[in-house]
Design a protein around this ligand. Structure first.
Ligand SMILES: Nc1ncnc2c1ncn2[C@@H]1O[C@H](COP(=O)(O)OP(=O)(O)O)[C@@H](O)[C@H]1O
Ligand SMILES: [Mg+2]
Length: 411
């Protein structure tokens, strides 16, 4: 027997609680939308404007992660376009776009099948975009997902980007009627600090996706659990199931995390060779699920945001080795300065404070002001999660940014 025979033998699922683990994959597209009747109705009403000759320039679709924004919007729009000849829908996810140029290029790619080279700039991209859109049906809907990512480009003003997209000259000249559905976690006006010129070019159509309630999560997960677990009723008792759902609703209201929680809980049951999922299997994975989601967000931060986060978690107790929280802004500035970054990468105190504000908006840190008598007022900072996780995110972050330094040839 080789090492691998042993290894594979040891890890073969015997008596697994799972029948079809794929049913718990949050990336798998559900064939049916559950518990979003109101949002589906709002979307349908807006889309039906086509029959009265009107689609709003923008529709803001917002709400916290895992509340069904992407799934619901895509499905309803696609179903509508399938039934309506004069409507085309294009979907673009901007998650990986770190600059406005790459975002515009991604949109162009979806619409025309090609990208522009960097030297052609935003002007070049937009010119080709309007050109390509002249071939489109009367009503074109552009679904721009995770558009809050655009806040990360510190070199360009997102206001310019939006103004071009909504009111650009090329667009007006050709009389293109384009409706942009903006999908994001926060309302964009607030998040991207859009100015009044852009705001007045946006329609005030908004659809909010609130966190799911316990009942909604139950409706949404039950059919999937029935597929996922072998003999579901036996393996997952009503008591354990309700406990897990209550915790998920209280903490997150997020369908993605809820599916992940129960997947992890099933894996724990397997590891412990249990034939049912116990309350403890849920309990130990609540924090793990939080951690996985937080690490994912940290590893997607822009470089400077990541450095600032490291600076916030750089102070340790000499005796215990534990990370000290909270720290003051001047401690954060000190440890930032100590991170011997090459000169061209180092940013000033002012820019650093903006990043602290960004991190707070993203919900990754909390800050408040303490009055310290004669010392005046001191800004305190702490992470909204276990600060040790920043250390855990490091290897993955470094690996990803190395990857970023070698963009693929197509770009
Ligand atoms: N209303 C729903 N009906 C069925 N599945 C859902 C629903 N909402 C979320 N999901 C599941 O959760 C996953 C995450 O939802 P998603 O639409 O990506 O959320 P958001 O875009 O708000 O972050 C989806 O892939 C889907 O599997
Ligand atoms: Mg989404």
């Amino acid at each position: 027997m080789t090492r691998y025979d042993d290894l594979f033998d040891e890890t073969t699922p015997t008596d697994s609680v799972f029948a079809d683990k794929g049913a718990l994959d949050p990336l798998a597209k559900p064939d049916k939308i559950i518990a979003r009747d109101e949002q589906e109705r709002q979307l349908a009403t807006i889309l039906n404007g086509v029959h009265e000759g009107y689609l709003p320039t923008t529709v803001s679709i917002y709400g916290p992660p895992g509340t069904g924004k992407t799934t619901t919007t895509r499905l309803v729009c696609r179903e509508f376009a399938d039934r309506t000849e004069q409507v085309a829908v294009e979907y673009v996810n901007l998650k990986e776009c770190r600059t406005l140029f790459s975002a515009a290029n991604e949109i162009l790619l979806e619409v025309s099948g090609e990208r522009k080279k960097a030297y052609e700039g935003l002007d070049g991209v937009f010119a080709s975009l309007w050109e390509a859109l002249t071939e489109y049906p009367e009503y074109t809907i552009l679904l721009l997902d995770e558009i809050d990512q655009l806040a990360q480009d510190s070199n360009y003003d997102p206001n310019d980007f939006f103004y071009r997209l909504l009111r650009g000259e090329g667009r007006l000249k050709r009389g293109i009627s384009l409706s942009t559905f903006l999908i994001s976690n926060e309302l964009l006006e607030v998040d991207l600090r859009l100015d009044s010129r852009v705001q007045s070019a946006m329609s005030d159509e908004q659809i909010f996706f609130p966190p799911y309630t316990e009942q909604q999560l139950a409706k949404l997960t039950m059919p999937r659990f029935r597929r996922a677990f072998r003999d579901c009723e036996k393996i997952l008792s009503v008591k354990v199931y309700s406990h897990g759902l209550r915790q998920a609703a209280m903490r997150w209201g997020d369908a993605r995390k809820t599916l992940t929680l129960f997947r992890h809980a099933g894996e724990t049951a397997n590891e412990r060779e249990l034939d049912t999922i116990t309350r403890d299997c849920i309990e130990v994975n609540l924090e793990q699920t939080d951690k996985t989601a937080t690490l994912e967000r940290i590893t997607q931060l822009p470089l400077q945001h990541f450095f600032v986060l490291i600076s916030i978690t750089a102070w340790t107790n000499r005796r215990t080795g534990e990370i000290v929280q909270p720290v003051t802004m001047s401690q954060v500035e000190d440890s930032y300065a100590k991170q011997s970054l090459p000169d061209e990468d180092s940013i000033g105190v002012r820019a650093m404070r903006d990043i602290v504000t960004d991190l707070e908006t993203m919900g990754l840190i909390e800050t408040w002001i303490d009055s310290r008598g004669s010392d005046g007022r001191v800004k305190q900072v702490e992470t909204a999660f276990d600060p040790e996780w920043v250390k855990d995110a490091r290897p993955q972050y470094i690996e990803q940014s190395e990857h970023l330094e070698h963009p693929s040839e197509s770009e």
